[in-house]
Design a protein around this ligand. Sequence first.
Ligand code: IMP
Length: 418
Amino acid sequence: MNRADLIVGLQWGDEGKGKIVDHMAQTHDVVCRFAGGHNAGHTIVVGEKIYALHLIPSGVLNPKAMNIVGNGVVLSPVDFIEEMSQFNNLKERLFISDKAHLLLPYHALIDQAREKMKGDKAIGTTGKGIGPAYGDKIARVGHRVGELQHPEKLVEKIMHHFQKNQAIYEVMGVEIPDRSTLLEELEGYKNILAPYIVDTTLLVWKVLDEGKKVLLEGAQGTMLDIDHGTYPYVTSSTTVSAGACSGLGLNPKDIGKVTGIAKAYCTRVGNGPFPSEDFSKDAERLRKSGHEFGTTTGRPRRCGWFDAVAMKHAVRINGVDQVALMKLDVLDGFDEIKVCTGYEVDGKVIDYVPYDLEDVKPIYEAFPGWNRTEGIRNFDDLPDTAKSYIEALEAMIGARMGIISTSPQREDTIIRGK
Ligand code: IMP
């Protein structure tokens, strides 16, 4: 039976999925996004050109690959159209699910207004409207991409919703769009997007049945998952591998090899618990050498050490077959490298992720550092201390690190044999 390969982030997003997905997209016929929206983002450099991808799957850079945006995604037409404009000839190469939910400009306004109202309890969202768009979906008042085929009907539904909820929007200071401007906007979206809107569930079944090589591309990371992350400081979608089933219409048996992506240290953007966060000059050094600034918002990322407890949780939840360990070279030159091996909660040490990570204290084990791993392409050529570090992590998390990345360059990647 032909099964789809899956890529999933194991930390708080920004693990470096872009490099691996880009690499794998070259050898796959079909690449599918299953969750999230334009809150995600990575840049891919091809020769002289830099492409910014937020929602279009990375297969767009492989001229032979087909790209599917699944029903689990929330799609902002205006941002999607802008992203599309970087590429020529997307016809027959890009397909958007008619069941994906629309993220419209007012969702972003609501997102920003809610964040403001939360004050110091703000989640630190990307402000793109992700939460309100998924909120509408779950509350069954959302609108789907397929509805763009009939802008007149859609505008009626949206205006009706606004009229019913006028008082709420007034309190939040969110301006209700004008009917004719909104209609014009929706018609504009329809004109551009209609040729790409299809039933992607049938399409993804078809390509699997035909024996095509399918890659499922996750966004964000496990610890930002709506159910399994650090709620409420999470994104609003299912970022774990199970999300690929609901977000595309697959069943669990359709999933083949799962590659989990993790950095050799850890980062997070936005607010919320981060047990292994470092506040010393080590964090600054990680931020600087790892270029840890958000691709979507430019915000500096919070930096810290590899959290083996959270990672063991992520390996189990996602059914990880192999880990791709990214940015090992960013740890080059540290005398000592710390790993979080347990959490202290109310004086007790635990080795699992509890319900609430807010007040846990990290327990660290220190490992000797190394001079240089940058650019190394064979496992055997790594310094002994780097090998020991990797092997210790493997033992702690219960998964093999089959891919190790030692620089942003495509070629600087160690692919380990069995
Ligand atoms: P939202 O997805 O914009 O609602 O943001 C919710 C949380 O997820 C915030 O902490 C964001 O910083 C975080 N987040 C969303 N997308 C990404 C991503 O692609 N990488 C890292 N963090 C993200």
